[in-house]
Structures are given as C-alpha cells and as structure tokens.
Design a protein around this ligand. Structure first.
Ligand code: TXA
Ligand code: MG
Length: 327
C-alpha cells in the first residue's frame, strides 16, 4: 500500500528518504493535502507539474520549518512578511516575497518571487524536519489534486487523484479544509491574493495596514484562476429563494440529476443527493471539499449550492464556491 500512517516514525523516515531522492510524497497539512517534492531540485519539482497536469509557469508554495528556513529562499525578508510570520506561523498563511537568485527556480514557476509557508500540521512538521536532516531545505507542495480539480482534505481523496503508486502520509481529515491565505509582500502595500480561513481583518491587524486589492500585475497562479476547484458536475450558486424555487419546479415524476448543497432551506426531496452546509464558517470550510466530492460522486450532473452569507468570515468559502461555479 502506498498510504502510510502519518503517526508512524518509520513512515515519516521513509517518506523523507523518498523526498531526498527526488521523488514525490503527498502529506497532510492543516489546510489541505500537499503533493510534495524537494524545492531545491527542479527535476524533482518537474514531477509535480507532470503529475498534476499543471502548467509549468504556475508557481508552487514552498513549505519550510520556520522563518530561518524561509529566508534561505528569499532575497530579502520584507517587514510585512516578518509581521505575518510572527502572527500566523506555523499556520495557514503563505507569504510571497522576492526570491533568492538561482534558488527554487522551478518551484517558483520562473517568477522573481516565491511563495513560502510554514505549516502547523504535526505530520508536515515531522516530515520537514526529517527531510531537512537529509539536506532538503524545503518542500514545494501544491494541493494534491489534478489541475483545476477539487483539493483533497483526506488521504483517500489523494489516492482517488493519483492512484496507488504515490506514497501518501495519512494524517486524517485536514482541520481547516481550504487552502492557506496568500499575501503578496513584494511591494510596499501588501495584497491578499487568495483568501483562506484567516479573516482579512486579522491579517490587516497583524500587518498594521490595509490590504490592497491584487493588481493586474499579480503573477499567474492557478489558485487564483477564475475557474478552479471544479467538480465534474456543473456547479451553480443560488440564493435561498432562488434555490427553493428551482427545487420546487423540478419534475416530481423521477429522481432528478441534481444534487443540492443547502444551508437554510428545508432539505429538498426528489433530487439525487442533498447535503447540509454547516452554519459556522470554519465548519463549512472544513467540510467543503469533501462534501463537494461526495455530491459529485453521486453522478449528479448539476450541483446547486445555496450561497454562503456575504460576511467577511465567509470570504474563503465564498471564493472557492465562486471559482467552482465559474468552471
Ligand atoms: O494551503 C495551501 O497553501 C496548500 C497546502 C498544501 O499547503 N497549498 C496550495 O498550493 O494551495 P497550490 O500550489 O495549490 O497553490 C499555490 C498558489 C498558486 O496557485 C498561486 O496562487 C500562489 O500559490 N503562489 C505561489 N507562488 C507564488 C508567487 N511566486 N507569486 C504569486 N503567487 C504565488
Ligand atoms: Mg491547488
């Protein structure tokens, strides 16, 4: 079996050896599972792009053990990055900083900048430490899904994406459930490139300044592509009233090819599958990708989703659903 228990020292040691040898290993983080390769070898990183079917000019996030590890990849370490690291590392936040020349060029997709994150998950941390002892300075790791598809929050999701041959460290369900917030610290005013579970207000409080909107010059990045995180079924976002009406006018004579992800309306009947989104934004983020995968696996051709509230704490969930609907 390629799925190894993340709680086992032997499994971590084996995974670290494979990474040091330039192979791919999937591992859990507190956000989603990552598909890792040693960040300092472009040939190893190229395997990530090949496995995911991801364009080679889309930069990857490099995972490090601490600020010192991050600085090995950075040409300079901006004050904004330092503030964010102090407030949120280890944790679900990625900083974009100027990249040190000649370092992790492949992982950065050729950009002059690099995305760095220090994960909190104990399995990820143990793996980083073991790999570091074998000379690996950091792990490039995008979400462990094929390009454009739903990110994995369980080891079995990773196996569904890549099959039995990949070594996967199983760390159970990812706690946060959506990818890290990404803050561009390469310019004097920081920008939120991708919302996560950390509220924008908390990030601004740590920075001591407002986040600017990402400009048109933001580097190309699949996590920020309009159409991403897509199930096979066509996903549509509707407000409660529209969703209730849409369900009411479905033909009652047969089971319809519709799956419904509802929040406040009564659980619909006569559809292929239903699932309830939790009221609480952290719980909703935690279950979002697993629920979408399950609804998709019912063979429904449409997934109707009741739109989350337009409140700041729902920004990350709203963002992922909007991108899924745009696909
Ligand atoms: O939570 C996460 O961040 C997960 C886990 C595995 O850590 N990783 C993740 O990686 O979401 P990935 O590759 O799916 O998302 C990487 C995104 C890119 O699509 C892009 O939006 C941004 O990070 N990114 C990375 N490097 C960048 C750079 N130099 N400039 C701008 N954006 C960058
Ligand atoms: Mg991704």
């Amino acid at each position: 079996m390629a799925v190894l228990p993340g709680s086992s020292d032997d499994a971590i040691a084996q995974a670290a050896r494979e990474l040091a040898a330039g192979e791919l290993v999937a591992f859990p983080t507190e956000t989603v599972y990552g598909l890792g390769a040693r960040a300092d070898q472009d040939a190893a990183v190229a395997r990530i792009f090949a496995a995911k079917g991801r364009p080679a000019d889309h930069p990857l996030i490099v995972h490090v053990a601490d600020v010192g590890g991050a600085q090995a990849f950075a040409r300079e370490w901006p004050a904004h990055a330092q503030r964010l690291a102090e407030a949120f590392w280890p944790g679900p936040l990625t900083v974009i900083v100027p990249r040190r020349d000649g370092v992790a060029t492949g992982a950065a997709g050729g950009q002059a900048s690099i995305g760095l994150r220090c994960p909190a998950h104990p399995v990820a941390r143990a793996l980083l430490a073991r790999a570091a002892a074998l000379g690996v300075p950091g792990l490039a790791a995008p979400s462990a899904n094929c390009f454009g598809r739903i990110s994995p929050t369980r080891a079995e999701h990773v196996r569904e994406e890549f099959g039995e041959t990949l070594t996967i460290l199983d760390g159970g369900d990812c706690e946060m459930g959506i990818e890290s917030a990404i803050v561009d610290c390469t310019r004097s005013k920081p920008a939120l490139l991708r919302p996560g579970v950390l509220a924008r207000e908390a990030i601004e409080a740590a920075l001591g300044t407002a986040l600017r909107a990402p400009g048109g010059d933001a580097p190309r990045a699949s996590g920020t592509l309009e159409a991403h995180y897509a199930p096979r079924a066509k996903l549509r976002l509707m407000d409660a009233k529209m969703l209730r009406t849409a369900v009411e006018i479905l033909p009652k004579s047969r089971v319809n090819p519709v799956a419904v992800y509802f929040r406040t309306i009564a659980p619909p009947r006569g559809v292929r599958a239903v699932r309830a989104m939790p009221d609480n934004p952290a719980a909703a983020a935690h279950g979002l990708f697993a629920d979408l995968r399950e609804l998709d696996a019912t063979g429904a051709s449409l997934i109707w989703v009741e739109a989350p509230p337009d409140a700041p704490e729902w920004e990350g969930v709203r963002d992922r659903l909007q991108r899924a609907a745009a696909a």
